[in-house]
Design a protein around this ligand. Structure first.
Ligand code: MTE
Ligand code: CO
Length: 418
């Protein structure tokens, strides 16, 4: 495309999105014509609320849609349950702290930071106990990573189930963590030569614990106490959680109380009865830690319908546990034709990237899909390709390509294409 074509497109785009001119009829979504140009709006005629009226700021009261949601029939109790990130209502790559999905097996532990301790023992020269202040005095790092629950999209194995990116893909968030590299703590304790695995255990009522290979612990794991600058939220493991970049959310132990070093895995409940992948032949895959490349169009999507014909922007998220996202493709016809989306914003290792594809909607029905590729060369598979290998008994690790059917009304629906 030449420059002039580009600017012509851009001019066309602006003409397409600019609202009604002064004096025109009340636009469909306007509540009160008196607030519209050329009138002086209500909010200009009076002083606003004073500075300091909210010691901790909240979103505008008009943004009520951007909240975590649950699916009540999914779990028996709220203590062992999940809430979903409102992906359809967000942009960029960072998830606001109050909107990060939560997954707990025994409710949210309330830990007094003064009574908090982290124990490090097992196959080490010197067992250690750290207070929160001890951890905060050690050299720290800042890293942006996605966290995806292995069960994200788990309800979709046997066909399209839930209507909304929040529900099909909302068990993912991406924030900046601040904390101490686990390697540093292990070095302080002195790991014995026979050591091969570490066990991380939570201090919540579930006492959730997972075995992690020592090599990963020494590579990029972080004992984190901050997210997006502020202290971890109680829901996310206050005051300390383990960050295990690119690996399934279950191993990111929250309310971290203990790390034990051993020479073999512990075969805990969460790595035997749960978080294993039951295959077609009845055997189960174990320790499938890495989250493969995945993407989803967050807007338009069932909770974010198209409001107008003409120029519109497709927007979505992509991530990979194997490294950086290299490319994202978008299809409007259910995967027959693809074009490369524009990635905008930072592209970090094992973090979400934001992609966009501008398009002109003439009101026709479309099948919207996105497909992620990572730097290892891995390409996000179709759901059918995944089922050929995995069968349909699985719950976890469903990274198949999502399809949204766009209808003439602008509404969208979760569907599958053959
Ligand atoms: N850690 C403890 N101690 N208890 C838990 O129930 N849930 C795990 C993991 N760590 C859990 C835990 C699961 S399954 C996931 S997906 C992530 O935490 C969710 O992290 P989040 O609540 O910050 O989104
Ligand atoms: Co999980």
């Amino acid at each position: 495309m030449s420059d002039s074509e580009k600017s012509a497109t851009r001019r066309g785009f602006l003409a397409g999105v600019a609202g009604a001119a002064a004096g025109a009829a009340l636009p469909a979504n306007a509540q009160n014509a008196k607030n519209l140009p050329p009138n002086v709006a209500d909010w200009t005629k009076q002083l606003g609320e004073g500075v300091g009226s909210k010691p901790y700021g909240q979103p505008s009261k008009f943004e009520k849609d951007a909240v975590r949601r649950t699916v009540p029939w999914l779990t028996a109790t709220p203590e062992s349950s999940v809430s979903f990130t409102p992906l359809h209502a967000l942009d960029g790559i960072i998830t606001p702290n109050g909107l990060c999905f939560e997954r707990h097996h025994g409710g949210i532990a309330e830990i007094d930071p003064n009574d908090y301790r982290l124990m490090l023992h097992g196959l080490v020269d010197k067992p250690l106990i750290f207070t929160l202040d001890d951890l905060k005095r050690l050299p720290r790092v800042n890293r942006i990573y996605f966290l995806e629950c292995a069960a994200n999209s788990g309800m979709e194995w046997r066909g399209a189930q839930l209507n909304g990116a929040q529900y099909t893909h909302g068990m993912v968030h991406c924030v900046q963590y601040t904390g101490v590299p686990l390697k540093l703590l292990l070095e302080q304790a002195g790991v014995k030569p026979a050591a091969k695995w570490v066990m991380a255990e939570g201090g919540d009522a579930a006492g959730m614990n997972r075995s992690i290979p020592l090599a990963k612990a020494l590579d990029d794991c972080i004992v984190a106490y901050r997210m997006n600058g502020e202290m971890l939220r109680p829901e996310q493991g206050y005051p300390v959680r383990l960050v295990v970049p690119g690996w399934e959310g279950n191993v990111w132990v929250k309310w971290l109380r203990r790390i034990k070093i051993g020479d073999q895995p512990w075969f805990s409940r969460e790595e035997t009865s749960k978080y294993t992948d039951l295959m077609e032949n009845g055997k189960a895959r174990q320790f499938t830690f890495v989250m493969d490349a995945k993407s989803v169009i967050t807007s338009p999507s069932p909770q974010a319908p198209l409001k107008q014909k003409g120029f519109n922007v497709i927007s979505g998220l992509a991530w990979s546990g194997r490294g950086k996202i290299k490319r994202v493709d978008v299809s409007l016809d259910g995967g027959r034709n693809w074009r490369t989306a524009r990635i905008d914003g930072p592209v970090y290792d094992k973090a979400c990237v934001r992609f966009y594809a501008d398009f002109e909607w003439t009101g026709e029905e479309l099948l919207l899909q996105s497909r992620a590729m990572d730097e290892s060369g891995y390409v996000q598979p179709t759901k059918d390709a995944l089922r050929k290998i995995r069968g349909v008994n699985s719950i976890y690790h469903n990274n198949g390509i999502q399809t949204w059917a766009l209808k003439a009304s602008g509404e969208l629906e979760n569907v599958e294409v053959g």
